[in-house]
Design a protein around this ligand. Sequence first.
Ligand code: PEP
Ligand code: MG
Length: 756
Amino acid sequence: MLITLQRIVETVNKAPDFKLALYTMVGQVRDALKTDSCSVFLADDENQQFVLAASDGLSAEQGDPIQVDFGEGIISLAAQREEPLNIADASQHPANKKLLQTNESEYRGLLAAPIIHRRKVLGIMVVHQSEARSFSREEEAFVVTLAAQLAVVIAHASAKGLLANDNSPWIHSLQGLPGSPGVAIGTAFVSRPEVTLKEISPQRSDKPQHEIRKFRQAVARTRADLKQLSEQMLGQIPDDTLAIFDVYQGMLDAASLGNAVESMINEGWRAQTALKHVVEQFIDQFEALEDSYLRERATDVRDIGQRVLLHLQKRQRKARQFPAQGILIADEVTASMLAELPQDKISGIISLNGSSNSHAAIMARSMGIPAVLGVDDIELHFFADKQLIVDGYTGEIYINPPPQVLEQYQHLAEEEEELKQVVAEHAHLPAETQDGHRVSLHLNLGLNVQSAYLQQLNIDGIGLYRSEIPFMLRDQLPTEDEQVEMYKEILDQFPDQPVVMRTLDVGGDKPLPYLPLQEDNPFLGWRGIRLTLDHPEIFLVQVRAMLRASIGHSNLQILLPMVSSINEVEEASRLIKQAYFEVAEEQDGEAESPLVQPQLGVMIEVPAIIYQLPALANKVDFFSVGSNDLTQYLLAVDRNNRRVANLYDAYHPAVLASLDDIARRCEELGKPVSVCGELAGDPGGALLLVAMGYRQLSMNSYNIDRVRWILRNVCSGTLEVMLAKALQARHPDQIRKMIANKMESMGLGGFVRAGK
Ligand code: PEP
Ligand code: MG
């Protein structure tokens, strides 16, 4: 039976279209079970019916479709119970409902299995036998297995619009991942790369000098293109986002791509072939990384590779007209693609691949363009020239929407614009509640350290500098002097405000390309402080560099990641002291630029630490809660695993209870505590945290002014009520809904859904 099963699955997967796949399946199931008929009914949610989509054996008169209302018949019973029904004589069953216009009344034996995808019943597979028959357990398992396989086929077909035709309501919208909030309405503009690495077939050359010259010219032209693109974007997007173009330029450096390509050319390959080989190797390496931010960099490498290839092939770019209100759609929307198009005309973005960490998403957020990413299994041409609505809050995309939906979204889009204006107009004001509780808003920094952009922000300091990010974009550890430059650039910009620099949080899920790791459970492995304490030479160099960079200032604060026990803090403290005395000694005699001992903090992100706060309190100056990892470790849910993404939720009552607990414990201990995970920048999350007593929140630049405006519109009494309700709730959804309702009633609904 297993072989039959495999054969059916293979044939169905190979079927050129969905209808044929369905017919193939019902025919083969009927044969395999030696039964009289096999049929598939699909759920039509709008009309609340199951509609016969394919059958082998159930003969029907031509004409109206065969359907069963939800709640009626044995079919609905299987759907309601979400389990197979194996009934020897269905004609005697109380739920039996005769399907008119069919020969169903000839049948007695029945086996029905629900077709379920991601917890949603998409349809029912039914097997009939004319005489009474009790199907065996094995046969039952066989049909259930096939129904599960069919669920995936149906879900994909539904996404591809294959179920849609003029009289079928099966497709209404597609679901992707929300990438950038907001609502966009416009005409699809499908963008495809003009050349792809895929199309290059290996070719040799016996003129290496000529090939190298060609390659270098192509790189130089690509550099010039990128420079021009980056200049075009100047002033249009924050400088932190513009830094993406520096990353692109860095990828073109000899140490990244160039040397490897040239050495392959010297081995006798054409420039195109060498480029393809090297770039694809890079892509494979990035794609194998666990860290979602770095994995997304594979897209950037491919984009850069294809840009160089375009020049190598000496192809001209074809200019195409971008619609006045266009929605840009590509397999992978890249930063440079965005830069090349008229930004004032891009009203929305859909990237079939990617996630909220893609540069496309990062840029879209900083440009305030709504975006949806990661739309499964749908081909680009499906969208061409269609009218679309992109809902960046929910991740939904509507295709050729009906007039009522369109009208509703047009109204919401206008309101969004008004809200953006209001937020921007209040950016210069302090973040405080209506009854005067001041909250410090700090910035999370990684890639983006350029001054012009940072100077524009109204912030109280840097709450988290993720020092590992520049380490990850290199091919070897930066030297101490290089690190001094990196850290100085930041510390110099905030002489009067705290700058919290976190020591390297690499290892495990964020391996350095030059320190490869293979671990079965990387999130529970050699990560953060665990790795750096095992490599004091790396830790000491980093801390020395931070201290040297801080000379003349008193703003440096050092934060330790992934701490799970006291002795890690003691050990790190000892090393920091050692570095301090070394640097102070080297500094001796330069009294006008004294070295100030930095404050030391610990991240609360491993739950064990919550129970050790009293013991830690006299060893450190402050705490910072990493709600991203705290959620992952408290719930035992991998933060990067899509399969369990629905379980990863910082609104989980246990996470909120522990955040509340941490705030209270720190207050009792008299230790300052901030939150630097994503929850701090989430509108509802920020309100709950302030209600718990947190007075320092650190977040990305996009959320700073939004959170400021929200805080200015609430008073602490309301927050307390919200928190009390949240702490009593049992499910994250309940909490979310309660917060959304509350925000709605305060006129702040526009921060949690489309509209104002
Ligand atoms: C966190 O875990 O919440 C955090 C801020 O650190 P990172 O996301 O870099 O792990
Ligand atoms: Mg963390």
